[in-house]
Design a protein around this ligand. Structure first.
Ligand SMILES: [Zn+2]
Length: 314
């Protein structure tokens, strides 16, 4: 038997056929056509599943279940996509619409939660019952896995890892609150701070690295500047590591997960980011050296994590 995992994004719908132990056997994607209605986009996803089944030369009866990772809040029990940020879904009856096209049962979960589950199924968190995954991208997303299952809270909205306060009254966050982790630990925050340094420190290497064009600054720019010994770059990265560290310490003190994974663009810095981060986190974590330590590592499945995690929902 196979499973289908779908990653519903604002730009693309990616889907794959997943076999035993989360092995991704086939993957394909289509544009989301976000101008369509919620029902039409759902129908598009259902037809896409039928196409994939056809392309892989298997039959509908070979599909055990279909899972969809959605950018919003999902009520899996009732098969409803309650709300999405950038797409027109509002209390959309996904499972019911799918049943008009395909007989396999449909499961729903938040896309970041699916990615966290994917890493447990066959990524860096494999073998760990309790883990937290943080995605450091445009925003800060993630998921909490407890005893191998996604923790969603009573209203399906838990795991908004980016929206814990680390600087009360600090930078304004997209959620309307000030000082959230997302406003300090996202790639967007790194770019904001680098642009400030570009404007305030004419001698900084940041200017040179982006060829004097402030719009060419990306999240890697301050890391490159630090690597070259630049003071402004070093300040930005060191502050970033402290802020991210404060968030991670909060998660550890509350959940004591066996492992915390970092994914998303910023995690590509690898050990250059992880090593000082671990040092900071373990200096201030509750229990210090008297308790076994949470591991802090990079996620390994990239964009496939969402498809694999969605497929493994049950
Ligand atoms: Zn926030």
């Amino acid at each position: 038997m196979y499973r289908i995992g779908i990653d519903l994004g604002g730009t693309n719908i990616s889907a794959g056929i997943v076999g035993d132990e989360g092995r991704l056997l086939y993957k394909s994607s289509i544009p989301t056509e976000a101008e369509l209605s919620d029902v039409q986009i759902t129908e598009l996803m259902a037809k896409f599943c039928l196409n994939i089944i056809n392309n892989c030369d298997i039959s509908e009866q070979d599909i055990e279940s279909i899972g969809i990772g959605c950018p919003g809040v999902c009520d899996d029990k009732n098969g409803i996509l309650v709300y999405t940020v950038n797409l027109p879904f509002r209390n959309t009856e996904i499972a019911k619409i799918f049943s008009g096209f395909i007989s396999a049962p449909v499961h729903l979960a938040n896309d970041a939660n699916c990615a966290a589950l994917g890493e447990v199924v066959c990524g860096t968190a494999k073998g760990y019952g309790n883990s937290i995954t943080l995605t450091l991208g445009t925003g800060v997303g993630g998921g909490i896995i407890i005893n191998g299952k996604i923790y969603t809270g009573f209203n399906h909205a838990a795991g908004e890892m980016g929206h814990i306060t680390i600087h009360a009254g600090g930078e304004l966050c997209g959620c309307g609150r000030k000082g959230c982790l997302e406003a300090y630990a996202s790639a967007t925050a790194l770019i904001r701070e680098s642009k400030r340094a570009f404007n305030e420190n004419p001698d900084s290497l940041i200017r040179e690295l982006c060829g004097g064009d402030i719009n060419k600054i990306n999240a890697k720019t301050p890391f490159d500047a630090k690597r070259a010994g630049d003071k402004a770059g070093t300040d930005i990265v060191d502050r970033y590591i402290q802020d991210l560290g404060e968030g991670i310490i909060n998660y550890i003190n509350v959940f004591q997960p066996e492992i915390i994974l970092l994914g998303g663009g910023v995690s590509k810095e690898g050990e250059y980011l992880l090593e000082p981060l671990r040092k900071y986190v373990f200096t201030y974590t509750y229990g210090h050296d008297f308790l076994p330590r949470t591991k802090i590592e990079c996620a390994m499945l990239g964009n496939d994590a969402g498809i694999i995690g969605a497929a493994m929902l049950d």
